[in-house]
Design a protein around this ligand. Structure first.
Ligand SMILES: [Zn+2]
Length: 119
């Protein structure tokens, strides 16, 4: 039996379909945790490339219990009916929050700089 072609979609590979599906889920999850907007809840930054999910109280249930890669958290959140305790933040606000809460993970260079008392 011959397969029917479905317009332009037939030209797109399976990996491209998967990428598009992941982007769609990511946008849906970021919008949910961005209080209805696909943007950072702190500063309003909207570029999806620099938005991510933040555990409001530090390392969350997901990472502690599931031990899955952080990359799949958007799918996990959707599959688990959007549990509470998460928010959408841009990378700037993620790092600022980590610094404010003392959660930053300094690099060796930063540690050395601190031990030398250089700002
Ligand atoms: Zn922000």
């Amino acid at each position: 039996m011959k397969h029917a072609t479905i317009g332009k979609w037939s030209d797109i590979s399976h990996s491209e379909h998967a990428r598009i599906r992941r982007q769609k889920v990511k946008k849906e999850v970021l919008t949910h945790y961005g209080n209805g907007n696909c943007s950072c809840v702190r500063c309003g930054f909207e570029d999806i490339r620099a938005l991510s999910i933040d555990h409001i109280n530090g390392n969350g249930h997901y990472l502690r219990t599931k031990n899955k890669s952080h990359r799949n958290i958007t799918k996990w959140l959707k599959d688990n009916d959007f549990p509470i305790g998460y928010q959408t933040l841009c990378m700037n606000c993620q790092f600022i929050k980590r610094f404010e809460k003392g959660e930053e993970n300094p690099t060796v260079r930063e540690k050395l700089r601190r031990s030398e008392g250089v700002c």
